[in-house]
Write a protein that binds this ligand. Structure first.
Ligand SMILES: CC(C)(COP(=O)(O)OP(=O)(O)OC[C@H]1O[C@@H](n2cnc3c(N)ncnc32)[C@H](O)[C@@H]1OP(=O)(O)O)[C@@H](O)C(=O)NCCC(=O)NCCS
Length: 136
């Protein structure tokens, strides 16, 4: 049981996990597309948690030279509540720090208070921002 960077043989597990926990995601977050995109940029910041040779947790991080971002934090329902996301976040923070990143951000969809509470317990705080996005 450990955290490590994604490897190609993890693809099936990751696609199944994301299809299950992010079932309502928009089409541009299609799992294979996200994986292919991440593998082109800082693939070392794509973390998975492996248990008994199966990937049961994921986290995708990135650093743009100024801020770090964390997204696609997912833990298989059978493994939730055992600190898996905490280990993934710690790995991401360590990887980002090594790249010189001083601040990391993440977004939580409205209504996902359970996830927000967990991030708060891991040192993240609410910031007064209007989160905006635009499809290109
Ligand atoms: C949100 C999610 C990633 C959390 O993963 P997890 O592995 O179950 O979380 P952890 O067990 O690591 O919990 C992290 C910490 O939050 C704390 N915590 C757990 N439930 C909590 C709650 N309801 N309120 C406050 N803190 C809580 C735990 O105590 C733990 O701290 P500890 O390690 O000191 O005990 C997981 O529930 C998930 O995949 N959900 C579906 C997908 C999703 O919503 N992803 C987030 C998108 S932003």
């Amino acid at each position: 049981m450990h955290v490590r960077s994604f490897q190609e043989s993890d693809r099936g597990d990751v696609v199944a996990l994301w299809n299950s926990v992010f079932a309502d995601d928009p089409p541009w977050n299609e799992p294979n597309t996200v994986i292919d995109t991440k593998l082109r940029t800082q693939p070392e910041l794509f973390f998975v948690y492996e248990s008994q040779e199966k990937v049961v947790g994921t986290l995708v991080a990135g650093f743009d030279g100024f801020r770090g971002w964390i997204h696609h934090v997912a833990v298989h329902p059978d493994h939730q509540g055992h600190g898996v996301s905490r280990l993934l976040i710690e790995a991401a923070e360590s990887g980002l720090r090594e790249l010189g990143c001083k601040k990391v951000n993440l977004q939580v969809r409205k209504g996902n208070e359970g996830a927000a509470d967990k991030y708060r317990s891991m040192g993240f705080s609410d910031e007064p921002r209007i989160s905006m996005g635009k499809l290109l």
